[in-house]
Design a protein around this ligand. Sequence first.
Ligand code: AMP
Ligand code: MG
Length: 417
Amino acid sequence: MAQLSNDCFAFGDELMTTENALSELRNRLACVCETEVVPLTRTTGRILAEDIISDCAVPGHNNAAVDGYAVYFDDLSQSENTSLPIKGRITAGHSLKKKAKPGSAYRIFTGAEMPAGPDTVLMQEDCTVDGKTVTIMQGIDRGANRRLAGEDIKIGSTILTRGKRLRPQEIGLAASIGRKSLLVYRQLRVALFSTGDEVLDVGDDLKPGKIYDANRYSIGALLAQLGCVVDDLGILPDKNDIICESLKVAATEHDVIITSAGVSTGEEDYIRRAIDKLGCLYFWRLAIRPGRPIALGQIVKTPFIGLPGNPVASMVTFMRFARPALLLLSGAANIQPNFFPVPAAFTYKKKKGRREWLRAILFISSDGTLQAKIFSRGGAGVLSSMVASDGLIELDEELTAIKAGDLVNFLPFNEVC
Ligand code: AMP
Ligand code: MG
């Protein structure tokens, strides 16, 4: 299994930029290579492991795009209406039994095969029918309302490439060339832990000084949406030996381990020290906000991602760092989400040199333009800000201030979860 390259590389004390962290991921993470053949109906969200080349054309034959009458364009007068005798009827799935002849019209229905000869279809709304004669309005273009064979897919064309994450449209396209199953990369098995003595599981009685575990549920849901098989391994206490033992066992049975909290340098932050002991750490201090302490490393040969504890920081760093890492391990070709420039409806000051994410709400302003405003309570623990928002605004390192009207990079949540 190929995954992290095996050299230990700690990044020292300097804060690392987002771009450097992402290129570290690209350099160090490769696909978990095994593939499997999966029925088409179960491929949603899976990563394609083959190039798909079509052995047929779609559509396979010229056909009518509307219900109407198929005619030879050259029979139509350009200066007045044309009347033609109706000489046949063609329904979807059934060919015309005889040869079509010039000087005739053929009743035809949407999707029915065009007979050889007629090249144009008149919508029934543009015709009048009197017994066995149809009268056609002048002014139609040659080839109107006719779909050509191969218009969607040509024989021999590559319709999907390896590494593509399969959405409903890719699945429909594969079905349109008759594929019943696809070769995909197998799903990543991810071990998921929360950590911290203060963290209780849902269903437990809340005691003074304790909080419910939000992260294992938000991160678990993000993993499931990404197509990973999640192994929920519960909450680890702030105890060095239990953490080390649990991580060591998890590393033998999973493709990736993800934890939240305990990744700072405080004396009560055990995760980072455990990784140093069990394997090695690649980066753990990023010039970002929220979520500066995030760890990527490996335990024996298993990649490890240590997310920050604050619930917003945990989700945001998952979206921007863990997600691309998991996509690389899953064999996905595209790990980069799409950002959209949107005018800011707010002012904001930030520290130069770090990348920041603000939770943003889109709205249509009184002048009719789409704009972004930010959530009023922005703390890294305010998870309701994620619920109220449509996405994140990503502010680059060089920026120090945003004023109303500036274009900012908006990342819709549906790009990353
Ligand atoms: P830490 O990284 O351990 O210093 O934790 C940072 C903050 O996140 C603390 O306020 C923790 O109580 C909180 N936190 C840690 N884990 C979780 C969790 N699973 N769910 C919700 N909050 C958490
Ligand atoms: Mg802690």
